[in-house]
Design a protein around this ligand. Structure first.
Ligand SMILES: Cc1cc2nc3c(=O)[nH]c(=O)nc-3n(C[C@H](O)[C@H](O)[C@H](O)COP(=O)(O)OP(=O)(O)OC[C@H]3O[C@@H](n4cnc5c(N)ncnc54)[C@H](O)[C@@H]3O)c2cc1C
Ligand code: FES
Length: 366
């Protein structure tokens, strides 16, 4: 009886405290109605007191964010021209001094307390939220899943070859938070009802564990996009493409787009690096692409081939192969995708070969 009474009293006190905290929170954080003005042209009404990122998403303005607003990805930058208050210590790790002078802020850290004016890339208005069904979730190497997602009949997504989307990993057993993660589109932008993704497994990674172990065919998934300024550039320069692992995704999207749009007159060389033969995939499609795009060459290289002596392609790191095949940077443009370490070393190498910095495009999968 005594135990029941004690538990009852403690529960009662906790309930009252929670109630008082909610009231205090609502009162302290109530900044009334505020106006968010974007690019001096669009106005949104919101209730003050929340993060700028949260209020923008509420108004279906999907600023990129990969850490769920925790201030740890640096994706959610916007320019605040009026009403954002001073730069916060939680932003300095991601906002450079130069950006700070230009009023760049992490929108997830800026709390909106009054009217605020911001500037964002107009392309963000093309970003929408979509509900897809999983058509296929298949292992193509021991650590990579090939995911095919389909929109309901009549729905479409518009993107450029090379761009990425954000996939929502919901709460699941072992994960108590919803997070968004960036994944490059591997499909051609001509294919508007279905998208393809290549998702590598990261031990203890929230989203990759969800995709590799909890996501089944016919399940529904939430996707937001498209994002990114890494995409096919329409010019006549020779293209050097470099990827490792799932970095192949946006390269594949660009090559598929070129094939479908009969862009056959550009010289393209694709260096794909893998640890061993098991990590090579879509080989047949690249061989077909070589036939359909007569000026395209696919050069896979393996750093540790199996000792059976069957591998007769390039051996070594991807940088060794580039050194062998690329003589100079004249009239060339590069598209790089994969780990930040690989990209940094390839950028250095290509600059040494004479490529201009602005002709080297990349997406670091960090
Ligand atoms: C523009 C862009 C495009 C991308 N496209 C793709 C893509 O097409 N395919 C793809 O598979 N990934 C892609 N990524 C990476 C992806 O967004 C996630 O970072 C990755 O899948 C890990 O997410 P997670 O939630 O599983 O891991 P998290 O929960 O974020 O990470 C768990 C732990 O693992 C560490 N970690 C995170 N990523 C790695 C890694 N790659 N290697 C080692 N340790 C890591 C973290 O530091 C953390 O300690 C892209 C990233 C960017 C920025
Ligand atoms: S959402 Fe990641 S830093 Fe703002």
């Amino acid at each position: 009886m005594e135990i029941v009474l004690t538990v009852g009293i403690i529960s009662g006190i906790s309930g009252i405290l929670a109630f008082l905290l909610t009231i205090a929170n609502n009162t302290i954080n109530d900044y009334g109605d505020v106006k968010i003005t974007i690019n001096e042209s669009k106005e949104y009404d919101a209730r003050g007191g929340s993060s700028l990122l949260g209020l923008l998403i509420e108004n279906e303005v999907y600023i990129p964010s990969a850490c769920g607003g925790k201030g740890s990805c640096g994706f959610c930058k916007v320019k605040v021209t009026e009403g954002g208050g001073p730069l916060l210590p939680t932003e300095t790790g991601y906002v450079t001094e130069e950006e700070a002078k230009d009023n760049i802020r992490l929108s997830c850290q800026v709390k909106v307390k009054n009217d605020i004016d911001i500037e964002i890339d107009e392309a963000i208005f093309n970003v929408k939220q979509y509900e897809y069904s999983v058509v296929k979730n298949e292992s193509i190497t021991p650590s990579i899943k090939h995911l095919i997602l389909r929109l309901p009949e009549g729905k479409e997504i518009d993107f450029k070859a090379g761009q990425y989307i954000q996939l929502l990993a919901p709460k699941y057993k072992g994960n108590r938070e919803e997070v968004y993660r960036a994944y490059s589109l591997a499909s051609s932008p001509n294919q508007k009802n279905e998208i393809e993704l290549l998702i590598g497994f990261v031990p203890e990674g929230i989203c990759t564990t969800y995709v590799h172990y909890h996501l089944d065919e016919k399940d529904k998934v939430t996707v937001v996009g498209p994002y990114g300024d890494f995409y096919y550039q329409d010019n006549d320069k020779e293209m050097i493409m470099v990827a490792i692992g799932t970095g192949m995704a946006p390269i594949l999207s660009i090559l598929r787009y070129m094939r479908e749009n009969r862009i056959t007159d550009r010289k393209v060389i694709f260096f794909f690096g893998a640890k061993d033969e098991e990590e090579l995939f879509f080989d047949e499609e690249f061989q077909e692409l070589e036939k359909e795009l007569p000026k395209f060459r696919y050069i896979p290289s393996i750093s540790r081939p199996k000792p059976d002596g069957k591998w007769n392609g390039e051996v070594g790191r991807v940088t060794d192969t580039i050194t062998k095949y690329i003589e100079n940077g004249e009239n060339k443009e590069a598209y790089l995708c994969g780990s930040p370490r690989m990209i940094d070393s390839v950028v250095d190498l290509l600059k040494e070969k004479g490529l201009e910095e602005e002709s080297i495009l990349y997406d670091k999968f960090s």
